[in-house]
Design a protein around this ligand. Structure first.
Ligand code: KIV
Length: 309
């Protein structure tokens, strides 16, 4: 599919400097004063449904601070996820399980502030961390409210089965929810490591059932992580009202997500198979992110022969 960006990447975003009105250089990645012209219509649930309807892939990247979030917005990324992967990439934890709700709220607030500052229009998701929604639906509501207060438009939570009831409770109370199935990093130890999920018939069946239950409960997005491409495609076709966002799940999902550090090639460990380093051939972070957006939109990323199972 040929991709024409919905707005100019070069002229209208507040992050583009106005050469006719030079401002003094400012240190520490200072964000520019916001322009009165938003670069594109705000990304919303109807807008995401519209993209899906017309077969245009949805793009998502993680970001954890104001500047990277503003740059991702300027690059045309539609959804920014403040993922609890920040425990690993920002805090140096061994897994995401140690991240607290307070830490999540701090980063969601930083990202929301960065986006607001440049009149960014991306859809902002905040991850509910491990332990913040597992006790009861009421606990989940209190935790979700904290992230919404910090600026999240949507919250994300991991797991299937027991989570459907929690999702329904939040959605009924006006909180859009993104679910997360397949490799769920918060429970990596129970899963036996970072390995592909849903490979055998029973596991694939359970995944499909959980996905349908989550859509029925009102989840409008579903991250599918490390799931065989054929299964992810089947699940996507089963879920017209819930947009699947793949990470290591092949090109058949409604959209794609990557952890920003991975796609910028600053993961010091071994990159997982599903990652492409978009800094290769890019002269700036913004260019790398724009190249990710183009590659997802035109279908060249992911390549199922390289990045999927
Ligand atoms: O925490 C995170 O960044 C995530 C993505 C890997 C989808 O959940």
């Amino acid at each position: 599919m040929h991709y024409s960006p919905p707005f100019s990447f070069t002229a209208r975003h507040p992050l583009d400097s106005d050469m006719s009105n030079p401002t003094p250089a400012t240190p520490y990645g200072t964000l520019p004063a916001a322009s009165p012209l938003p670069a594109r219509k705000p990304v919303s649930l109807p807008r995401l449904a519209e993209l899906r309807e017309r077969g245009e892939k949805i793009t998502m990247l993680t970001a954890y601070d104001a500047t990277f979030a503003a740059v991702a917005d300027a690059a045309g990324v539609e959804c920014i996820l403040v993922g609890d992967s920040l425990g690993m990439v920002c805090q140096g934890l061994a897994s995401t399980a140690g991240v607290t709700l307070e830490t999540m709220a701090y980063h969601v607030e930083s990202v929301a502030r960065g986006l607001r500052h440049v009149q960014g229009t991306a859809w902002l998701l905040g991850d509910l961390p491990f332990g913040s929604y597992h006790e009861s639906k009421e606990q989940a509501m209190r935790s979700a409210a904290q992230l919404v207060h910090a600026g999240a438009h949507m919250i994300k939570l991991e797991g299937g089965g027991w989570t459907a009831e929690v999702v329904r409770f939040l959605v009924e109370r006006g909180i859009p929810v993104c679910a997360h199935l397949g490799l769920t990093p918060q429970t990596v130890h129970a899963l036996g490591g970072y390995r592909v999920q849903g490979r055998d018939d029973a596991a694939a069946l359970a995944l499909k059932r959980h996905a349908l239950e989550l859509q029925d409960a009102g989840a409008t997005m579903l991250v599918l992580e490390m799931v065989p491409a054929a299964l992810a495609t089947e699940i996507t076709q089963q879920l017209p009202r819930c947009h699947t966002i793949g990470i290591g799940a092949g090109k058949g999902t409604a959209g794609q997500v990557l952890v920003m550090h991975d796609m910028l090639g600053i993961n010091l460990g071994k990159n997982p198979r599903f990652v492409r380093n978009f800094m290769d051939g890019a002269s700036s972070v913004r260019e790398a992110m724009a190249s990710y957006v183009r590659a997802v939109k035109d279908g060249s990323f992911p390549d199922d022969t390289l990045h999927a199972w």
